[in-house]
Design a protein around this ligand. Sequence first.
Ligand SMILES: Nc1nc2c(ncn2[C@@H]2O[C@H](COP(=O)(O)OP(=O)(O)O)[C@@H](O)[C@H]2O)c(=O)[nH]1
Ligand SMILES: [Mg+2]
Length: 277
Amino acid sequence: MTATIQWFPGHMAKAIRHIKETSSTIDVIMEVLDARAPKSSQNPVLEEILQKKPRLIILNKADLCDSRALRAWIAYFKTLSTIVLPVNAISGKGSKKIESALVEVFARKNTSRKLIRVTVFGVPNVGKSSLINHLIGKKKTLVGNKPGVTKKQIWHALGEKCLLLDTPGILWPKFESPDIGQKLAALNCIKEQRYDSEEIAYYLCDFLMAHYPRLINQRFKLDEEFTEATNVFEAIGKKHGYFLSGNEIDITRVYNTFIREFRSGKIGRISLEKPPA
Ligand SMILES: Nc1nc2c(ncn2[C@@H]2O[C@H](COP(=O)(O)OP(=O)(O)O)[C@@H](O)[C@H]2O)c(=O)[nH]1
Ligand SMILES: [Mg+2]
């Protein structure tokens, strides 16, 4: 059940070395976090190597997260004096404020550069390319619903003052705790070949039963009260007719459906973590 998630391919180690080598060309970091799990999607390696850079935090996919948790996260980042903006990179909601926020973040550093070089960082699939596309108004940056679509580095102009650099999503070599890997896998930030869908489906189902108990029954039209994820999966399989030959439930299909419906927001607006008290 808790097989180790192998999430750190060689190209990410290379990307981290590249950031170190080119950090003098970065004026501002635009760190894109997943609004459903801002802490787990924040790269500690970035913190280590770029800690003194001015930073704007984007909580992307704000349309998919729990709005109460979102408010709590915004308040939390404010207590750290970090400028933070909730955004939906698809509809563009929240994105109008980005340019002026970047200028504000940079002004705090008090230098005279005219053109601000902004590097957009974030884990794979968090929406960096979608956001840049929305900001520059063209479909120039490759967008994909699989982690690892962006590989090359290209600068894009944002208004008169900013240059944006999209980057390939990077993860880090060691997760501080196993649930970080589980959350990132649930959020589709880790290639599917690198985790076990059974483990992630169980993780999500346990989490939802504990924190959003009504949503599973609503979405999958179930009536029973569940205390075990195994029973939930069985009920979903039966209700939706996911059978292999005979009466055996196609449990892999149930796991994948469960994960997919969580990711797309069909189960509901869900946040996987709250800020520290
Ligand atoms: N619902 C929702 N989906 C988003 C949002 N931003 C990006 N996506 C989707 O997330 C997936 C990954 O986006 P992409 O921009 O390629 O991520 P990148 O790997 O960080 O560059 C795509 O399927 C996007 O359509 C958002 O704010 N809300
Ligand atoms: Mg990309």
